[in-house]
Design a protein around this ligand. Structure first.
Ligand code: SF4
Ligand code: SF4
Ligand code: FES
Length: 272
């Protein structure tokens, strides 16, 4: 059974893990500490309930939420599960709920949060694999469904495109911002429609559908439009805008979805 954060009963509090800062740690970092309250749950462990475990972590200048979790894993609790790779806001792996908001762990400095206790949990709208790590299978499958690549008659049978396809600056600007997407999935975690309808393609996939549909080199509208103009496609969006508010890369997926709706209507009318 799929278990997302929303399905679980409110996690129980657990006692603070009382490991004090060692003299060595105090030397390399500010002796001050912060508390990290982290969601722990393993759906595969029979009878295990979701709980919040609090860890005391030494604070230092520039410490990110991901650094703090890595410190916990190295020093206090090596069973803690979370995902990361690049540690520089590029790979999109470290999405998590930080103080209730979908954010990237590696790009979020604890000092900027302005709280002494930092709450960390798995992204909403995703199945919990363990602790803070969530399952992105549906997210990637939605992304694949919109055919996120250029479709040309020349490469329809896997043949390479042989000649250059130049574009004007204006043509590039039509889709440029959507190329900044790092597929972190924060927008889908913030979208109320994804929460209600797991088959809804979601802001990430729909914004990428627009990115390719508006590219002057693309000829894939007939097949792509069937996917985006479906019962779980762009017209499911209710323009709450919460997707764009959490995007760490300044992409505006909500606008992408609205532009895609306009494109669907426009191209339908043109055909009529
Ligand atoms: S649109 Fe923004 S929030 Fe959504 S997956 Fe791309 S980078 Fe992440
Ligand atoms: S604007 Fe649309 S896609 Fe974005 S959060 Fe709202 S309903 Fe979801
Ligand atoms: S670890 Fe790659 S984006 Fe955070």
């Amino acid at each position: 059974m799929v278990v997302t954060l929303e399905d679980l009963p409110k996690p129980k509090e657990e006692a603070t893990v009382k490991v004090e800062v060692t003299p060595e740690q105090a030397l390399v970092s500010n002796p001050q500490t912060i508390l990290m309250k982290v969601f722990r749950y393993n759906p595969k462990a029979k009878g295990e309930e979701a709980r919040m475990v609090t860890y005391r972590v030494p604070m230092s200048k520039g410490l990110t939420v991901l650094d703090a979790l890595l410190w916990v894993k190295e020093n206090l609790d090596n069973g803690l599960a979370f995902r990361y790779s690049c540690r520089m806001g590029i790979c999109g792996s470290c999405g998590m709920l930080i103080n209730g908001k979908p954010m990237l762990g590696c790009e979020t400095q604890i000092a900027e949060l302005g709280t002494d206790v930092v709450e960390v949990g798995p992204l909403t709208n995703y199945e919990v694999i363990r602790d803070v790590a969530t399952d992105f299978t549906d997210f990637f499958s939605h992304h694949t469904k919109v055919k996120p690549y250029l479709i040309r008659k020349e490469n329809g049978e896997g043949k390479p495109i042989e000649k250059e396809l130049p574009q004007t600056e204006e043509q590039k600007l039509e889709y440029y911002q959507f190329t900044m997407c790092i597929m972190c999935g924060l927008c889908d975690a913030a979208c109320p429609i994804v929460g209600m309808d797991p088959e809804y393609l979601g802001p990430q996939a729909l914004a990428q559908a627009y990115r390719f549909a508006i590219d002057s080199r693309d000829q894939g509208w007939p097949e792509r439009s069937e996917v985006v103009d479906s019962p779980h496609g762009c017209f499911r969006c209710e323009l709450a805008g919460s997707c764009s508010a959490v995007c760490p890369k300044g992409v505006d997926p909500a606008m992408g979805v609205q532009l895609l709706k306009r494109l669907v209507v426009h191209r339908k009318l043109r055909r009529a």
